[in-house]
Design a binder for this molecule. Sequence first.
Ligand SMILES: [Zn+2]
Ligand SMILES: [Zn+2]
Ligand SMILES: [Zn+2]
Length: 142
Amino acid sequence: MCNQCNYKSLLEAADLEATANRLDVLEVIGGNSYPLSAGDIHHTLKRRSGINRVTVYRILDLLVARGILDRISTGGRAFYYGMAPNKNHPRHPHFYCTRCGQMNCLTPDSLTVDAEALRKTFPGRIDKVEVRIDGICKNCMK
Ligand SMILES: [Zn+2]
Ligand SMILES: [Zn+2]
Ligand SMILES: [Zn+2]
């Protein structure tokens, strides 16, 4: 859950107009405690504003490209969206249940990867380090 991010200033800092649809998308994603699929986001918003699916996808692509949102892969065709790391959201690993498809946020210190050590020797540029743990969640274990 987030009540610390100012979505309007996040958009403006990325040189984007704070349109009602963009703010709605950020509110749904930022207000959720785990990452959401594009379908989940559209499902929530269509009752609120009647926004169509194509517009949701376009906004998601734009906000990922501008570094406001993170697109988290499942290793398959599905993607989930969460807030990109910022001063209120430290980078953290995710857990993906391969049985029910639920993606959960883990605490930032639950598993640390020292990308700085790699950065010192890696000859190219590292833009993003994504850590996803796959397994079976506790609900599916029952
Ligand atoms: Zn936030
Ligand atoms: Zn599960
Ligand atoms: Zn997360």
